[in-house]
Design a protein around this ligand. Structure first.
Ligand code: MGD
Ligand code: MGD
Ligand code: SF4
Ligand code: MO
Length: 736
């Protein structure tokens, strides 16, 4: 028996914790924390360790699967699968054009460079507008806010955790999520350190979360953050607490923002937000007077009816108090692998350059809201989706109105998925192709890894060879394109995206691979060796010699605003028309509907990861078996006649789910918190047996219900009512 130890990193979430893999005879047997990783320093979470279960899961798809007419699947060889897929795609493209092919790229794909890049080239080559992703259920509103403020859609300004004196955290629960759009694998320590050095951490959240319990909690009503933040700005302006020198130096539009905020004194918004005016005044004063302060928000800020506005206002707080781009404040990051910077300069990262056929939504970096995908499949006419490729995604569980999507998928001429499992989405596919896990491929950190208070880089080789017939996704795109007679890089115009690659094609050694491109970008980047011009700079070989990764700078850069801002006047725009219009429309919220008196919000759990880790034995066992539970306040439970551990029917204007109740005062009266990613019905047997319901049966995919500026799905603040289920009458098998 041969036993090997491999240094690598976890790619389940954005913390990218260092792990050591033990491999016996080509099989992964253990993952443990890497104490020598300079950022995570021996810390991991239960999911990272449990990735062994996924890697070795008997339910994993390890051979290409082809649909049988009876709905089951046959195992087929790669050659057979790829030949049929490429012929059918070719026919569809010849008949209807490349725009008949849609793509959904799921969340796990964001953690590897190759898939993101090659699927993008594939879709560019087809020249199809139909690109979808979890962005519209996650972060597109943050991107659009950056575009409006800074003219740069890919920048995600992040809080300088190691140096800040005041962290205002709105709609994030990093003690469970391990932070997002912010790289901080030891976030628990980072937050504790802020308090230890005399600073404050204030958590604005409708739920008394794990993070809120450890720090100061401001309980806000769901989806009212825009009013709260405008009131904070109101106080800053009215009480003369702004940093006028910074404003004069960095921004335009402050007068218009001031007049817009003038309409929102805290006394006027308190009833709506549930936050007392005195608390808002205190928060604004303390934020402004702290030696340094940073405002940070994540999915709780991004998934409401005013998502882009909320993200915008969070940054505006940092800007008008002089906390942007300076130590302890909100910082920009330079990509160590500067793919986005090149894209930004080439004008390839678009916003509102095209509009969707259904609903007239603006594109966000070339993607449309995933919520409209079902309707784009079922709506006849030019531009109708006839084929779908879905890689590393499970939109039937992750996108509003999963039922409509599940109904639309079988009407496609062709549906191909690359995944580790047969999930609730690709069980409707014509082909499920076995993808590699992250442990089966090499990688290099990029993208959101730039949102890091410490500048760091790590690369890794595969730690095990692909199991069975699993194949890296980029190779599959490459093969399908070749069999269709398309070349992804070598010929013909690729549109604007291509300008990023023209120079790469010139200097590329041979055939371009994702690896060659990324290694070149690394050398050209701000820490690269510039092909020998910069002594001691990074290149792929040096990086490989540092398996635990390398800290390139203790602190992210400051004073780089003029370099980062892409507006031609090089200023932060505090009053774009889009934002003023959103503020102007805050008055006309949907009238409260007495039939749906409560507001539902989301909830993440430490031992779940979106929809795809409920088949892990390690994560699912425990003192009490894990189940899907809606958190309901005792008052609301009493009103609806619900008991802890009993069952509840949750009804929204869009749908109905049945699940279990947990009665707890961690949510206030009027708020119900329900986790997503449950209600399984795929090829993962333990997950199926865990029961629960798909919370996205309650959320709306109607175009008029999406957030206006970024097409965000509204997943927080969904109006619902609770109904008791008569236990004796409930269907058998509901209790697991
Ligand atoms: N264990 C675990 N970790 C994960 C994931 C997972 O599924 N499980 N998913 C990963 C992914 S894909 C992402 S994007 C990140 C997300 O990272 P986070 O956004 O930090 O994760 P959440 O726990 O969803 O935190 C959102 C918070 O917003 C609150 N909230 C809801 N509505 C509102 C509102 O209207 N206003 C305010 N102020 N707050 C609100 C919720 O109560 C919740 O506490 O987590 C990542 N990490
Ligand atoms: N109601 C509600 N809905 C939400 C959210 C919420 O807070 N509330 N959160 C949203 C957010 S932030 C996100 S990111 C989305 C996630 O939404 P999606 O990305 O659509 O779904 P996931 O649950 O992440 O499923 C990922 C799929 O990829 C597969 N997979 C895992 N690793 C790999 C790999 O390396 N290669 C391939 N090819 N496949 C792989 C898994 O088996 C799984 O089937 O959900 C969103 N949906
Ligand atoms: S926090 Fe957990 S899931 Fe996220 S990278 Fe670290 S070990 Fe992996
Ligand atoms: Mo996400």
């Amino acid at each position: 028996m041969t036993t090997e130890q491999h240094v690598t990193y976890c790619r389940i979430c954005e913390a990218l914790c260092g792990v050591i893999a033990t491999v016996e005879d080509g099989r992964l047997v253990k993952l443990r924390p890497d104490v020598d990783n300079p950022l995570s320093r021996g810390r991991v979470c239960p999911k990272g360790i449990a990735m062994v279960d996924v890697q070795n899961d008997p339910d994993r798809v390890l051979t290409p699967l082809r649909r049988r007419p009876d709905g089951g699947f046959d195992e087929v060889g790669w050659d057979t699968a790829l030949a049929d897929i490429s012929q059918r795609l070719r026919r569809i493209v010849d008949q209807h054009g490349g725009g008949a092919v849609a793509h959904y790229l799921g969340n796990p794909a964001a953690f590897g460079y190759a898939t993101s890049l090659w699927h993008g080239l594939f879709m560019k080559r087809l020249n199809s507008p139909h690109q979808y992703s979890p962005g519209s259920q996650d972060i597109s509103s943050r991107f659009v806010a950056s575009r409006l403020l800074y003219g740069t859609i890919s920048q995600l300004p992040f809080p300088d955790l190691p140096r800040t004196d005041f962290l205002l955290m709105l709609g994030a629960n990093p003690l469970v999520s391990h932070a997002s759009a912010l790289r901080s694998p030891r976030i628990k320590d980072d937050l504790a350190d802020i308090v230890a050095r005399g600073g404050r951490v204030v958590v604005v959240d409708p739920r008394r979360t794990e993070t809120a319990r450890s720090y100061e909690h401001v309980a806000v009503r769901p989806d009212t953050d825009a009013w709260l933040l405008l009131s904070m700005l109101n106080v800053l302006f009215e009480e003369g607490l702004t940093d006028d020198a910074a404003i004069a130096q960095q921004t335009t539009g402050v007068d218009q923002l001031r007049s817009a905020a003038a309409e929102f004194p805290p006394e006027r918004t308190a009833e709506r937000t549930g936050v007392a005016a005195s608390v808002v005044r205190g928060l604004a004063r303390d934020f402004a007077s702290a030696p340094s302060a940073a405002a940070y928000g994540r999915t709780g800020a991004c998934l409401g009816r005013h998502a882009t506005l909320v993200c915008f206002l969070l940054d505006a707080l940092s800007v008008v108090t002089g906390n942007l781009d300076r130590p302890g404040g909100t910082l920009f990051g330079r990509g160590v692998v500067p793919l986005e910077e090149f894209g930004e300069r080439a004008g390839a990262l678009s916003y509102d350059q095209v509009r969707s056929r259904v609903g007239n939504h603006p594109d966000v970096m070339g993607t449309f809201p995933a919520a409209i995908m079902a309707e784009e499949i079922t709506t006849a006419g030019a531009g109708q989706i006839r084929a779908l490729i879905s890689t590393a995604g499970n939109p039937v569980l992750s996108v509003p109105n999963g039922k409509a999507l599940a109904d639309a998928l079988p009407t496609l001429d062709l549906f191909v998925s690359m995944d580790l499992y047969v999930n609730e989405t690709n069980r409707h596919a014509d082909y499920v192709l076995p993808a590699t896990t992250f442990l089966e491929r090499r990688d290099l950190q990029w993208g959101f890894a730039a949102a890091s208070p410490t500048v760091y880089m790590q690369s890794t080789e595969a730690v095990v060879a692909p199991y069975g017939q699993a194949r890296e996704e980029w190779r599959v795109y490459d093969d399908i394109a070749r069999l269709m007679g398309m070349s992804l890089l070598a010929q013909g115009p690729l549109g604007r995206f291509n300008s990023m690659f023209v120079f790469l094609e010139r200097v590329a050694p041979a055939r371009l691979t994702p690896r060659a491109i990324f290694e070149m970008l690394l050398r050209l980047g701000p820490y690269g060796d510039r092909f020998g011009l910069r002594r001691g700079g990074l290149n792929a070989r040096r990086l490989r010699a540092l398996p635990h990764g390398v800290v390139l700078a203790e602190h992210a850069p400051t004073g780089i605003l003029r370099e980062m801002v892409q507006h031609s006047d090089k200023r932060v725009h505090l009053a774009p028309n889009e934002i003023l219009a959103e503020i102007g429309q805050l008055g006309d919220r949907h009238p409260d509907d007495a039939a749906f008196p409560l507001l539902m919000i989301g909830l993440r759990e430490l031992r779940s990861h979106n929809s795809w880790m409920h088949n892990s034995e390690t994560l699912m066992r425990g003192a009490t078996p894990r189940r899907h539970r809606a958190r309901v306040n005792p008052t609301d439970a009493a009103d609806a006649g619900l008991v802890d551990g009993g069952r509840v029917r949750i009804v929204s204007p869009s749908g109905t789910i049945d699940t279990e109740v947990r009665v707890t005062d961690e949510v206030g009266p009027g708020t119900v918190a329900v986790p997503h990613g449950w209600g399984h019905d795929g090829g993962w047997l333990r997950a199926n047996a865990a029961g629960g319901a798909n919370v996205n049966d309650l959320t709306s995919s109607r175009s008029e219900d999406l957030e206006r500026l970024a097409g965000m799905s509204v997943l927080n603040g969904v109006a619902v009512r609770l109904e008791r289920i008569d236990e004796s009458a409930s269907a058998p098998g509901l209790h697991v």
